[in-house]
Write a protein that binds this ligand. Sequence first.
Ligand code: ADP
Ligand code: MG
Length: 403
Amino acid sequence: MRSIDDIEVSGKRVLLRSDLNVPLDKSGSGAITDDGRIRASLPVIRKLADCGARVIVMAHLGRPKGEDFAERAAGGPSLQVVAERLAELLGQPVAFASDLVGPSATSTVAGMADGDVALLENVRFEPAETSKDDSERVRLAQDLAKLGDAYVGDGFGVVHRKQASVYDLPQLLPHAAGDLVVAEVAVLQRLTVDPARPYVVVLGGSKVSDKLGVIGNLLGLADRVLIGGGMVFTFLAALGHEVGTSLLEADHIDSCKAVLAQAAERGVELVLPTDIVVAPRFAADAPPTVVAADAIPEGHMGLDIGPASRELFASKLADAKTVFWNGPMGVFEFPAFAAGTRAVAEALTKVDGLTVVGGGDSAAAVRSFGLDESSFGHISTGGGASLEYLEGKTLPGLTALEA
Ligand code: ADP
Ligand code: MG
């Protein structure tokens, strides 16, 4: 992959695809609750601006809905709040275009001088960005290409997406991978090529269906797999336990049974929690109770792993030389159900080896606990992208940059 140092950027209009998909306050204020992804994108933006490029940043935010640009723009979320935070963090103005390939983008770019930074509105306001129809995506990419002279792909969180700004656009312009993408790929290589052992993988998060592919591949790599979070209940159901009103993907129970069998066959230690923190409803103020993992009462849902499981998981991480962690152990957004996730995060800080945290929510959790980010080997900005890489899939955004 070419890096920024390999292409001409000085005095050029550089279209930079970043991942600025930050979590927003769900209660209505729309405020940014964790700006980790903006911070992770700063070095490349700064570097390009310092090299005298005119940096035109493209990014998406959330999952806009609607038939066309106008409907989506009316529904939001707009990247305006991100432009403001980016300007603060950069310490220089960031011009914001209220469209992607319309009059605002054109005039914003025309008004830029060398070293200026601009952000275009949410790329996903254009339905063509994510279209399955190649020609629709290419048309949008062609319109975007008119705004720039070169392309830099630095949105690691989206490199697994075959989307106009990620996959089609780099094919139309001289292109390079940004430093963040280069660094992320280097770490993922260390997780897949001859990792130091014991190699422990911790998986959590909400949906087991998102993670089944990666578990399959990781069973061929890891020595131990610890499972928590919402996905654990489908595993508990696969063992024949009642899970009350916990998250359950009933149509994946058989796949979980297959994973359990495969782990046993391959000699991979698969560790499930022995106790669970349950509550009668999904709410921050719901009263927590600790129960055995095989005795979740009817009408209760599991929202975190219990204290014995926290100790068990920490002990299974203590001797690790390589750790990959994706997915919170519980609903860490509610303080009463954050202890399991905190315990895993703390255990990782004590590991003497390479520790990698993948996943937007997992990374946000680590930061929300106030843990020193430098005590982790690497905090990845891309959950889905890391998972697909570890699954052994080819990632369209990387393929396009390599070409
Ligand atoms: P990441 O972004 O790190 O890849 P995911 O998106 O897969 O992680 O999952 C994160 C979400 O999983 C969090 O919002 C968290 O609240 C949720 N979660 C974790 N445990 C549970 C649980 N027991 N029940 C419901 N949701 C859960
Ligand atoms: Mg997530």
